[in-house]
Design a protein around this ligand. Structure first.
Ligand code: IMP
Length: 199
């Protein structure tokens, strides 16, 4: 069975291939299908955006489609930046400016009130019209200063108590085991396994 991932990001595609490695399905990128349109993320929630993207790919290719959307939800900011995490400091999706804005907004907030979580929602759209959602959450806290050089986005200030380090201090494999996206992909794998194995 073919599964088309509504992403052109090679790192994410590699992660998904790894997560589904033992299933009898082949993972392709939407980049391999010129008929797939660019989809604007106009949804108000991670679920809506993931579904918008997966539906567009399923419709354009006629194949099983998967899409993900991720947000950082900070308690003291009432869940912001959430669905707007990529565009927190402006429409140009600048990781550095987003991180600086987050640290500025949390200036003076004590450690005990700096709780946050990354949340990923994966949408699966099947050619027969069926739709499924898989969620993955990773709880943590926002540090006052950066730690580590790996990862991307908010990784240097996102501290994971369970691991005793930030995402930016983890190897890719280590991050993949406990991250929001890793957990959502593991859940998507559970949904997919009986379907692709029975196909
Ligand atoms: P996307 O839905 O995967 O494109 O994620 C939206 C935004 O959330 C990205 O532009 C990043 O700012 C942030 N983000 C997503 N995943 C991560 C992560 O694993 N670490 C740090 N930031 C992330």
């Amino acid at each position: 069975m073919l599964l088309v991932f509504a992403s052109r990001n090679p790192d994410k595609i590699a992660e998904l291939k790894h997560a589904l490695a033992d299933l009898p399905c082949r993972v392709s990128s939407a980049a391999d299908f010129p008929q797939v349109p660019e989809v604007e993320e106009t949804g108000q929630t991670l679920e809506e955006n993931a579904l918008l993207k997966a539906r567009a790919v399923c419709r354009a290719t006629g194949e099983l489609a998967l899409a993900d959307d991720t947000g950082l939800e900070v308690d003291v900011l009432d869940g912001a930046p959430g669905v707007a995490s990529g565009r927190f400091a402006g429409p140009e999706q600048d990781y550095e400016r987003n991180l600086v804005k987050l640290l500025e907004l949390l200036t003076g907030v004590p450690e005990s009130k700096r709780g946050a979580r990354f949340r990923t929602v994966i949408a699966l759209c099947f050619p027969d019209g069926r739709e499924e959602l898989a969620e993955g959450v990773c709880p943590g806290t926002i540090l006052t200063e950066r730690r580590g050089r790996g990862g991307f986005g908010y990784d240097p200030v996102f501290f994971v108590p369970q691991a005793g380090k930030t995402f930016a201090e983890m190897s890719l494999a280590e991050k993949g085991c406990i991250s929001h996206r890793g957990r959502a992909m593991a859940r998507a794998r559970e949904i997919l396994a009986p379907i692709v194995e029975g196909a």
